[in-house]
Design a protein around this ligand. Sequence first.
Ligand SMILES: Cc1cc2nc3c(=O)[nH]c(=O)nc-3n(C[C@H](O)[C@H](O)[C@H](O)COP(=O)(O)OP(=O)(O)OC[C@H]3O[C@@H](n4cnc5c(N)ncnc54)[C@H](O)[C@@H]3O)c2cc1C
Length: 412
Amino acid sequence: MSFITADELKASYDVIVVGSGAGGGQAAYTLTMAGVKVLMVEAGRNYDPVKETPMFQIDSQAPLRAAPTPDKPLGFYDSTVDGGWVVPGEPFTNASTETGREFTWWRARMLGGRTNHWGRISLRSGPYDFKPHSRDGLGMDWPIGYEDVAPYYDKVEMLVGVYGSNESLENTPNSSPGVLLPPPKARAGELLTQQRAKKLGMPVIPIHRAVLSVKQDADTLPAKLHPNNPRAQRILAEAMRARAACFWATSCGRGCSIKANYQSPTVHLPPSHATGNLYILTNAMVREFTMYDRGKATGIAIIYKPTGTESRWSANTSWTPWAERSVARFRCWKTFRSTMRTARAAITSMYRGGSTASSTPGNWISRAATTSSLAPAATCRAWAPPPVSNRSRVATTAGSSRRTHAAITARL
Ligand SMILES: Cc1cc2nc3c(=O)[nH]c(=O)nc-3n(C[C@H](O)[C@H](O)[C@H](O)COP(=O)(O)OP(=O)(O)OC[C@H]3O[C@@H](n4cnc5c(N)ncnc54)[C@H](O)[C@@H]3O)c2cc1C
C-alpha cells in the first residue's frame, strides 16, 4: 500500500478522507476507482489483518487465558490493537451519569477503525427508518427515502460480500436478486428454535452478515459495480479472487487473515491502493478542519504523532465519513443490540459455539428482534441523523472548488 510519512505529503490532493474505517474505506474506494487522487489521514497505526490476526491461537496461549483486562476490555485476541472505551489523550465526556442513560463509545485507533472487530451484522435500514416523523410523529424525517439508497445498498453488499436471505418481512428490505451470498446451513439448535418459534408466530431466519459464505463471483460482479470502467473491473476482480470463503472456525472479532469477512484494510483498501491513487498517512490526528468564511472545509490541520509536529494541508474536497453519521449508525446498532436482549426474553438468539469461537455472533437470528410487536422502537427512529443542515457539516465540499467537485461527480 502507498503509506507515506508527514515529510512526504504533497501540497494538494483531489480529496482528503479523514479516517480509514467503514466510511473512510468506502469513500476512498469509490473515489480512487474513479481516478481521483486521495489522501487518507488516519489517527491510528498501520494494521495488516493478514499478518497480524492470531486466528488459530487458543485462549490458553494468551495472558490470563485471554480474559478481558482494562487494556483489552474485549479480551486479549480482540483485533482492536489501539483504542477502546477509553482512549488515552482523547477525553470523552458523558452528558448523563445516570445508570442506563450514559453513552459510551468504542473508538478504535488503527487502520480500518472499528471494521476490524465489528460483528459483521449487515442490516439495511427500512423505509420506516427514513421517515419516522411522518409515520408516528417522533424524530425527524430524512430528506431522502429508502428507495434513494436501495441501489447503493445493493452495490455495497456485492462489493464487500454479505450473506443472508430475502424474507420480505415488514420494514426489512430485500436485496436485489443475485446480490446476497447464500446463508450457511442452519445448525440443529437453530432448526429447533425455528420449529418452536413458528408456533409463536415468530420467524427465525438467517442473519445478514458481511462474511463470505462462498467465494465472490469475480467474473461478473466487477462489471456490475463498475460498468464503464474496465481498469476498475480488473482491479476489483483481482481483489475478489484474493479473498477466501469463511471456514467457520474462528471469531471474526479477532480480524480475518484470509479476508473472508469485511474489514476496510482487507476489502476496501487493497483495490484502492492498486489504482495508484491512494496515499495513506497513519499516526496523524486531524486536530482541526480549516474553514473558509462560509463555513465549508478547505483543508485540515494535523498532528503527526511520531514527531508531535503540526501542519496544515488542503484539498479540493475533504470528507469526514466517520463523524455524526457514524454515531447515528453506531447508536442504531446499540439499539438493535439492546432490542436483542429484550427479544431474548421471548426467544433465544443463536450463537455459534465451538472451541475457539464461543462468542462469534450466530449465523441465524430471531426476527423477533425487529418485529414491531416485541419492540416498537427497534428501528433507528430515535437515532435518525438530523436532516440536511447538520449533515452538510459532515460531508464537506469546499465551495471554492465547485468545478472540481462537479468533475469528480461526473467521473463517478
Ligand atoms: C463491538 C462492536 C461491534 C459492532 N458490530 C456491528 C455490527 O455487527 N453491525 C453493524 O452494522 N455495526 C456494528 N458496529 C458498529 C460499526 O463498527 C461502526 O458503525 C462502523 O465501523 C463505523 O464506521 P466509521 O467509518 O464511521 O468509523 P470507524 O470504523 O470507527 O473508523 C473511524 C476511523 O477514523 C479515525 N479517526 C477518528 N478521529 C480521527 C481524527 N481526528 N483524525 C484522524 N483519524 C481519525 C479512527 O482512528 C478510525 O480508524 C459495532 C461496533 C462495535 C464497537
